[in-house]
Structures are given as C-alpha cells and as structure tokens.
Design a protein around this ligand. Structure first.
Ligand code: BES
Ligand code: ZN
Ligand code: ZN
Length: 493
C-alpha cells in the first residue's frame, strides 16, 4: 500500500532516503531520533572513506530500524531511478519483518521538479518490481499472500507527487493485468475465460465487442478459425475501444495482439520439453488488453482500439492439417505447410479485419511470433518490422525512453518468393531460405491491404523470462505496455 504524507510514521521498520554525490544528505526533524541520526551519519562517513561504487547503502540503525541511503548522481535519468526503486524493493521484498517503510526524498539537495520526478520514478520502479503471482500456492506462504508492505512517501511536495502518481498507477495496473493474464495456466485462461476477463474492463468505460465463431464464419475469418478448429475451446475475436480524443471522429490508433492461449503446435506438434512455456503465446494480446486498461484509467486523450484474436492451437480429430488451404478474410488463400506457424494466421485475419473495420491511422501488432527472434536478439530487444519509417522511428524512440528496447529488421519484396505457394496465394512457412522472423513479418504484411502504416513487434524473447530483470521479477514481464503507453502519450495526445 502506498501513502503520501508530510509527516513521518509513528512506527516504521525501514527508512529510505535520497542522498547526493558522496552520499551527502539533508536531514529533517523527525526523520531520525538524535542518537539514530548520529549513527547514520557515522556510517555514511565511514563508507565515504572507503570510496565504494555502491548506489544503495544499507545498515541497521538499531534492532528495530533498518536504513537505506540511495545515491542519486547528478546525471541520473528517470529510468536509472526506477531501477534504484526496483533494487530497493528487491532488498526488502522477502523480509517478513519489514511492514512499514518511510521514504524521504527531500533529503537530496535538488530543485523541486527533480525531487518530484525522482520520487515518482523511485516509487514506480519499486511497485513494478513488487509484483508476485502466487495465487495458486496454498502452502508455505507463512501467512502472507502477496506483497503487503506499506510504503509511505514523506515529502513537502507530497500532494503534487500524489497527483502525478495517478498516471503511473494506471501504467502499473495495466502492466499487472498483462502479467496476470500471461501467468494464468492454460487450463484456466481458455479463450472463453479470457473474453470474460476482458469484459470486466467495461467498468472503466471501455467498449468491448466480441465476435464468436458463428460471426467470424459469416465474416470469413477462416485463417483464424482454422487455428482453433482442433480445440474443444471455441475461438474469439475481441475488440476493445477507448475513445478519449477531443475529436470523437479522430481515426483510431489500432493495436492488434496474438492471443494463442496455448500453442501445442497442432498436428505439427512441438516437442514435450518446455512445451508448457507456450501458455505465454497469448502475451501479445495481453499487452493490448493491459494497455487499454492503462489508457482508460488515465483517461488518455486519444482514440485507440485494441483487437485480439483468441484461440487454442491443439491437435485433434478436427484439427487443421499441413496441406490444408484456407481462404482468409482478405480474400487471399493460404496454404498451411506447418500448423505450428499459427500466430501469423491469427494475425493475418485480425490485421485485415482491423484495417477494414476501424480504418485506423496506423496499426501495431504484438506477437510471440517466432523462436527465430530469440536466436537473433535474445532477451534484450524485441524485433521491430514496419512498412513506415516514421512510425518505426517513433516506436523505437518510445521504447528507448522506457527501457523497453526494440531493434528494426528489414522487410523486402525479395523475401516474398520464400512464402509464395505453388497452389495458393501464400504459404505459411518456408522450409529453406532462413530469415524465420522476417518471413513471418513479410507474411503479415500481405494482409495489410490499404497501405495503412503498420509496425509488427515480435516479443517472443521479451514476454516471459526465467530470470528476473531490472523492473520485473521472473515470469511474465508485461513488456510492451510501457512502450506503447509512452508512444501514445508522447506523439498522439
Ligand atoms: N509461438 C511460437 C513462437 C515462439 C517460440 C514463441 C518460442 C515463444 C518462444 C510460434 O507459433 C511458432 O511455433 N513458431 C515457429 C514457426 C516455424 C514453424 C516456422 C517457430 O518459431 O519455431
Ligand atoms: Zn506455433
Ligand atoms: Zn505460437
């Protein structure tokens, strides 16, 4: 729980405060008792003499009080301070003793605006890192379910910080929704259950429209339907609209997400080892859903529509076969050579449908599309593909600013020959010729029919991590929500 105040707490287990170069800091009455402050100053002084590189100092003031001093260097960026907040969180996260934390930023000798920004970044990083997904643990929880620390921000600018924090809270809640959806096991988060979760967002003023299989059949979304036909769980296409622009008729920004709730590979079955990871094959869609929650919560002044294709890719008596030909919504026919290249089939229909139905200013899709992108970029950058340099630059910059990095790959007509089919308009994979992630993107591009500016983010390496990273614990990361939120805020509001 987060509280903003200008008074120190009566009982606190931890005090954390900002300091400048050399850990210099200003104190304030009430921050410490006299004897405590003496100890703190002595410790900091001793440390200064050691000339260490550390950014956070910690020590016990007495058996009931622990103190953290966070060094804010002159050239620090907001992202750096977010990371300091996250690493502070990591320090106290698993300590059962820590219940209440007093956070005092005013101790830093800096101007008001800087103090406000640093405080916000520190809290934001702290909160993003505090995320836990343990709802299925019934044992060994030591009476504590989830993260339950009280963080008290104490500052003479607490009112302003509290007001500005509202937008960041919207981002946190969007990221947490994305992480929750990605973390849910596939027996729980079936496409149908997923639809119900999305419908809950109507409470925030979002307009939700659900296409079931019957409606999709009538519209001709056969590429998407083909992927789900082997599963007993029905497929859906859901659109979520946020109309926050002053001009209600403003063309919307469209975000499209791959929502394969589980990807077994279908008849082109995946190997058993690590197949469980394919529960996160719906992460692209979860980013879209999380982002729309953020936009609604912070009442973004933009028109945005999210479209997610929700299916389960299973083998079965009625499953799609390698060799099948389907007619997509665009009218183009697709020869299925490998049923494991299913994400592009879902997105093909979702993209043409979105372009046709919403006439967006531009579209960005997000998908855990290819294993090849992990070979190329690992867990550091998402792959970016685009038919438009301006949009591509904006996506790149927006990502850099929030440390959700993307790297552009090429699209080129010469790759087309790798996916031209001998019997249909296009085939869903190439067995030779390499460039797995590019051919997948080149395939998607064929389903954009009116030259709408479009960018594709292949987030297969970014959506889920076995290791913790700066702002997230291990597991679902929520990668993409902060990037897209920043893009919209920076360029379109
Ligand atoms: N969902 C996978 C891609 C993926 C792999 C995501 C690893 C996250 C981690 C996708 O549907 C897939 O199976 N792609 C195949 C394509 C191939 C059959 C051309 C792949 O990457 O191996
Ligand atoms: Zn697949
Ligand atoms: Zn997949």
């Amino acid at each position: 729980m987060l509280k903003f105040s200008n008074k120190f707490s009566n009982s606190r287990d931890v005090v954390v405060f900002f300091a400048g170069e050399g850990f210099a800091f200003k104190s304030k009455e009430g921050l410490f008792a006299e004897n405590e402050e003496k100890k703190v100053r002595l410790f900091v002084k001793g440390f200064q003499n050691l000339n260490q590189k550390e950014k956070i100092l910690s020590f016990d003031v007495n058996e009931k009080l622990k103190c953290f001093v966070v060094k804010i260097s002159k050239k620090v960026s907001n992202s750096d301070v977010e990371e300091l907040g996250a690493s502070f969180c990591l320090n106290i996260k698993n300590s059962k003793k820590v219940k209440t934390i007093d956070f005092y930023p005013d101790s830093l000798n800096a101007e008001k605006n800087k103090l406000i920004n640093y405080s916000l970044s520190f809290i934001h990083g702290f909160n993003l890192k505090s995320y836990d997904f343990n709802k299925y643990k019934t044992q060994n929880l030591e009476n504590e379910k989830g993260f339950s620390k009280n963080l008290h921000l104490i500052s003479s600018f607490s009112n302003e910080i509290e007001k500005k924090y509202k937008d960041l809270k919207a981002v946190e809640d969007g990221v947490f929704l994305t992480r929750d959806l990605v973390s849910e096991p596939p027996n729980i988060l079936t496409p149908e259950h997923y639809v119900k979760e999305i419908l809950k967002l109507k409470q925030l003023g979002l307009k939700v429209n659900v296409l079931d299989e019957k409606k999709m059949k009538n519209l001709g979304l056969n590429a998407l339907l083909g992927v789900g036909q082997g599963s007993v769980n029905k497929s859906y296409l859901v659109s979520i609209e946020w109309n926050g622009s002053k001009n209600k008729k403003d063309k919307p920004i469209a975000l499209v997400g791959k929502g394969v709730c589980f990807d077994t590979g279908g008849i082109s079955l995946k190997p058993a080892r690590f197949m469980e990871e394919m529960k996160y094959d719906m992460a692209g869609s979860a980013v879209v859903v999380g982002l729309l929650k953020t936009l609604a919560m912070r009442k973004a002044k933009a028109n945005v529509v999210g479209v997610v294709g929700l299916v389960e890719n299973m083998p079965g008596g009625n499953a799609q076969r390698p060799g099948d030909i389907v007619k997509s919504f665009s009218g183009k026919t697709i020869e299925i050579l490998n049923t494991d290249a299913e994400g592009r089939l879902v997105l093909a229909d979702a993209l043409s449908y979105t372009e046709n139905n919403f006439k967006p200013k531009f579209m960005i899709d997000l998908a855990t599309l290819t294993g090849a992108i992990i070979v190329g970029l690992g867990e550091e950058y998402a792959g970016l593909f685009s038919n438009n340099d301006e949009l591509s630059d904006k996506v790149f910059k927006s990502g850099m600013e929030v440390n959700e990095k993307v790297w552009r790959f090429p699209l080129h007509k010469n790759y087309d020959k790798l996916i031209d089919s001998t019997v249909a308009d296009v085939q869903n994979i190439n067995y030779s010729g390499g460039a797995g992630s590019i051919t997948a993107a080149q395939f998607l591009q064929r389903f954009i029919l009116n030259n709408t500016p479009w960018a594709h983010l292949d987030i297969a390496g970014m959506a889920f991590s076995k290791k913790a990273a700066n702002l997230n614990p291990r597991g679902a990361t929520g990668f993409g929500v902060r990037l897209l939120n920043n893009l919209i805020k920076k360029y379109y509001e």
